[in-house]
Write a new protein. Structure first.
Length: 140
């Protein structure tokens, strides 16, 4: 049985997805805010590594960048931002279509991205401490 990573076309396709998503977020005033500030210069590449691993591909992210706790700490303590989340989720759906990812694999990727976004809300309150050793958030 193929992994979602394989069904999506592997790393290059996922990297194209993250690049397009970033472009779309910058074009949307509601989604642009987090991308207009100091962003890691290789954000798209790191996100592609994370998603590749989450989708059943090689452990690019955890082997080279960090673990799940590190990811959650990057996004923690920013409060509740439902409108931003929804705009970014809509951009992700559009990015999937724009890079030619459709059907069941795209639906699974979109469902995962929504679930991961909603799960990050647990770490939104100011002053919250993200525990060490969180399990990696794999797509189901």
């Amino acid at each position: 049985m193929a992994t979602l990573y394989e069904d999506l076309g592997g790393f290059d396709r996922i990297f194209a997805l993250t690049q397009r998503w970033h472009e779309l977020c910058l074009q949307d005033p509601e989604a642009a805010h987090p991308f207009e500030h100091e962003l890691h210069p290789h954000h798209d590449l790191r996100l592609a590594g994370y998603l590749s691993e989450a989708f059943g591909g090689p452990a690019f992210y955890s082997a080279g960048y960090g673990d799940e706790s590190y990811v959650q700490k990057l996004h923690a303590c920013n409060g509740e931002h439902m409108e931003l989340d929804e705009a970014c989720l809509a951009a992700f759906g559009q990015a999937l279509a724009d890079v030619g990812l459709t059907g069941e694999p795209a639906m699974r990727a979109s469902t995962y991205f929504r679930r991961a976004t909603e799960a990050q809300r647990a770490w939104g309150p100011q002053g919250i401490e993200v525990p060490a050793g969180l399990p990696f958030n794999y797509a189901g």
